[in-house]
Unconditional design. Structure first.
Length: 544
């Protein structure tokens, strides 16, 4: 199948078209937009850097959408479908636009990673590769600008680059992706290698698994008015289906509107399902009130103030990732600050690609607090996310944590962790209502000194409490002596903060030899005190 076989869309029944989304990602100035232009036959209103600022700066600043159509290949056969529409999601490559890249990558079925043959993998190339690992299963590598290499040395340099890239990809989930060489925008003549790229791209496309039965959800990436018709919201259906005359909601504005009409790349349609790229026209809606966001079935989404996500640290992130710090969290097209707190379970880690195991997070279970999120492979780790402002998202949304404000080495990876939401709340003050139900504890140890032996089972101890301490709170708490003896706190001894310990077994001889039997025998020998330790669990969200 080749580029020349691209199918005209006129007169095509939209219901017979299968749409798949291909992300075009890579470092700035690697030739992504030129490549999308060389592949496409239909462009959206925002394709190919039509934004005036993009033209002025000479780089892609926003998501661009374009498409081409082909006869449906055998490995993608779906009942009722005859044609394949490949929608190209052209993502910006500049470091400052990583939030836009993350949003665009969450709607793709395959990633096309564009690499400048003369530069190889650069900083944003690596970040795009990480995003691709998180959001999709398939990768096609496009080695661009081969026309810039000297003809006599071209093949040798291309093979050298492929060997270097193969070593990098061998360490990722993609292992051995196809690598195609092109010249998307040569100085003279037509683009080179496009037909071969299209062949390889179509062969690599996965058979889609669409969620058409859940509540409708639509990721909006552009919004603009059309005089005499209404406001058009363009984007991709991420769940469910929609029809003309359906009621839809803009959740963050709490506004509901009826779908007046819909189009897929300039073709009118009456219905669409998950994965379809779509323009939805509504009336009496101010386009300036929304740039990006979510449309959904009425009442199906909430403003989330805090959440728990099952997470995994990104191995290329080299900085500390500590609990109780603020970090940028991307959910869909939204990126906002959140305070994070990490904890872990004793269960083995599980995959985060799809729905999380039922019962994996149990609020009746106690979980150990983590000072930092690490690369522990033995257990599942979680993050409590307290959002600075409420965010509209579904209960199982993908999340990516990043340090976009980091001042360390500019070439370092800024993407810190990824995961999937497990539990959410819309409580206005989750600290006093919802969060205390999450039983995350931190082990605390109080230490004191055994002052003397009272009898075979009873000790008098000091240096752990003050005279103001309410000893009723610590009665019957288990303790351990530095000699290995165990017991529990029996209660206060006098008014000075001393306390009694009741042992489980008669005091060991090792302890007896180091302890006085009464006050008359003098103080404990300074270099051999017998210590008493009280192990406590401090719950991180307990109401004071």
């Amino acid at each position: 199948m080749a580029a020349a076989a691209a199918t005209e869309t006129a007169g095509v029944d939209p219901g017979a078209i299968l749409n798949l989304n291909v992300g075009v990602l890579g470092h700035v100035d690697s030739g992504k937009t030129s490549l999308a232009k060389a592949l496409s036959t239909v462009a959206s209103t925002a394709a190919f850097d039509k934004n005036p600022q993009s033209k002025a700066r000479g780089i892609t600043l926003d998501l661009g959408f374009s498409s081409f159509m082909l006869p449906l290949p055998a490995h993608l056969q779906v009942p009722g479908k005859e044609l394949l529409q490949v929608t190209l999601v052209d993502c910006p490559g500049h470091a400052s636009l990583i939030k836009t890249i993350i949003g665009g990558a969450q709607i793709i079925d395959l990633m096309m990673l564009v690499i400048d043959v003369q530069k190889g993998i650069q900083t944003q190339t690596a970040e795009c590769l990480i995003i691709g690992e998180i959001t999709c299963d398939r990768l096609v590598v496009v080695i661009n600008k081969v026309d810039m290499l000297p003809e006599g040395d071209r093949e040798k340099q291309i093979e050298k680059m492929k060997l270097r890239l193969a070593k990098t990809f061998a360490q990722t989930r993609f292992k051995n992706p196809p690598m195609i060489t092109v010249a998307a925008n040569p100085g003279s003549g037509s683009p080179q290698g496009i037909e071969n790229l299209m062949d390889q791209l179509v062969q690599a496309l996965p058979r889609p698994a669409r969620q058409v039965d859940g509540p409708f959800q639509f990721a909006v990436d552009h919004c603009f008015p059309i005089k005499g018709q209404g406001t058009v919201l363009t984007g991709t259906i991420t769940r469910g289906r929609v029809k003309v005359d359906d009621m839809i909601e803009v959740p963050h504005l709490q506004v509901q509107r009826k779908v007046k009409s819909m189009q897929m790349f300039k073709r009118p349609v009456t219905s669409a399902v998950q994965g379809d790229r779509l323009g939805i026209c509504v009336t009496q809606f101010d386009a300036s009130s929304m740039e990006r966001g979510i449309l959904a079935a009425p009442g199906s989404m909430r403003a989330v103030t805090a959440a728990v996500a099952a997470v995994r640290r990104i191995r290329f992130y080299k900085q500390a990732l500590s609990s109780r710090t603020k970090i940028h969290v991307s959910v869909g097209h939204h990126t906002l600050l959140a305070t994070v707190l990490f904890f872990k379970s004793t269960q083995p880690k599980y995959e985060l690609d799809g729905p999380l195991p039922e019962g994996a997070l149990d609020f009746d279970t106690e979980y150990a607090f983590c000072d930092e999120l690490d690369t522990d492979e033995t257990c599942q780790q979680y993050a409590v996310l307290e959002f600075a402002t409420p965010v509209m998202c579904s209960p199982t949304s993908l999340v990516i944590g990043s340090r976009l404000d980091a001042q360390h080495d500019a070439s370092a990876c800024r993407l810190a962790f990824h995961g999937r939401l497990h539990a959410i709340t819309s409580e206005a003050d989750p600290r006093t209502s919802w969060l205390p139900s999450i039983r995350v504890y931190r082990d605390r140890v109080r230490e004191g000194t055994v002052e003397r032996v009272h009898d075979d089972y009873t000790l008098v101890c000091r240096d752990m409490f003050t005279k103001e301490t309410d000893m009723n709170k610590f009665a019957y708490k288990p303790i351990t002596l530095s000699t290995g003896d165990t017991g529990m706190i029996e209660g206060a001894f006098g008014q000075s903060g001393k306390f009694k310990v009741r042992l489980d077994e008669p005091l060991s001889q090792a302890a007896r030899d180091r302890l006085p039997k009464s006050r008359k025998q003098g103080p404990v020998i300074p270099d051999e005190p017998v210590l008493v330790a009280l192990h406590l669990r401090k719950y991180q969200f307990a109401n004071k």
